[in-house]
Design a protein around this ligand. Structure first.
Ligand code: NAP
Length: 280
């Protein structure tokens, strides 16, 4: 397993299991249990995925010590705000059957910077209280971050954004590197587009690996945290088989050149979850 060290010294695995659309109940429970059996130690969930309970149950039943598992969860976008951040974290902890999470993220920014800042102040307090080992954001663009960084006391440790070969997020990656904020990818398989891409298929053949392995390896080599989602036993296993090879510089360049600046998920600057009205 490869890790990154966050700007507060906390160590986070670079590869984890994504769980968006992993249905609460047996599907998500079995996927989490299987992943932990294989060696995954990072599980990415969110209040909005509605599956924290299954994940909590799988972690309890896995026999893996809690402190060996890195759990990320996120504040429900429509609940962004100072008070609700605190209430929502307590509810997530209860569903996850744990006393702390390893990383708590603001799931989506508000277009109202003040809402982001007040929410962040609650995150800073939760961090100081030890209820979260690290705090971060998701779907934040450079302008959201610039604003937050100008007023926060504790810098975010992670920013989780859409990132795949067709949206390589180079400018954001450079910005985050300068600020010592780790970049985490979501949607690495570009809604399935990668699996029919001839460049990726050819490269997978060359390395005797799968397309998914090539995409995940490309991210890891850019020092990006990768969280491919699957509820399929064989895929959970094969997606993890990325620690026995590396990509050459030339092949990294070929993959970098697939970038189209193409967003396939919701645009963070124009998202339906942005809450702008807010009572302190
Ligand atoms: N912060 C945010 O706003 C945000 C937004 C989206 C996602 N995320 C996080 O990022 C994670 C990953 O993103 P995502 O779930 O949207 O997309 P993804 O991981 O790129 O793709 C998941 C899809 O690919 C399939 N798949 C997985 N491995 C495969 C393989 N080896 N071969 C063929 N198909 C494969 C899965 O099918 P099966 O499950 O049926 O096997 C599923 O349909 C999420 O689960 C979530 O934790 C965060």
């Amino acid at each position: 397993m490869e890790n990154v060290t966050l700007n507060n010294g906390v160590i986070m695995p670079k590869l984890g299991l994504g769980t968006f659309k992993a249905e609460d109940g047996e599907s998500c429970y079995n996927a989490t249990l299987e992943a932990l059996k294989i060696g995954y130690r990072l599980i990415d969930t969110a209040m909005g995925y509605g599956n924290e309970e299954s994940i909590g149950r799988a972690i309890k039943d896995s026999g893996v010590k809690r402190e060996e598992i890195f759990i990320t969860t996120k504040l429900y976008p429509k609940q962004i705000g100072y008070k609700s951040a605190k209430i929502n974290l307590e509810q997530s902890l209860e569903r996850l059957q744990t006393t702390y999470v390893d990383l708590y993220l603001i799931h989506w920014p508000s277009n109202n910077y003040l809402v982001n800042l007040h929410t962040w102040q609650a995150f800073e307090e939760l961090y100081k209280e030890g209820k979260v080992r690290a705090i971060g954001v998701s779907n934040f663009q450079i302008h959201h971050l610039n604003n937050l960084l100008s007023s926060c006391i504790i810098k975010p440790m992670v920013n989780q954004v859409e990132l795949h070969p067709y949206l390589s997020q180079e400018p954001l990656a450079r910005f985050l590197a300068l600020e010592d904020i780790c970049l985490e990818s979501y949607g690495p398989f570009a809604k399935g587009m990668v699996f029919t891409d001839q460049t990726l298929i050819d490269m997978a053949k060359k390395y005797h690996k799968s397309v998914s392995n090539i995409v995940v390896r490309w991210g890891l080599e850019r020092n990006i945290i990768m969280i491919p989602k699957s509820v399929t036993k064989e895929r959970i296993k094969s997606n993890f088989e990325v620690f026995d090879f590396t990509l050459t510089k030339e092949d990294m360049k070929i993959l970098d050149e697939l970038n189209l600046g193409k967003r396939l998920y919701t645009d963070p600057d124009n998202n339906p979850f942005a809450k702008e009205e807010y009572e302190i």
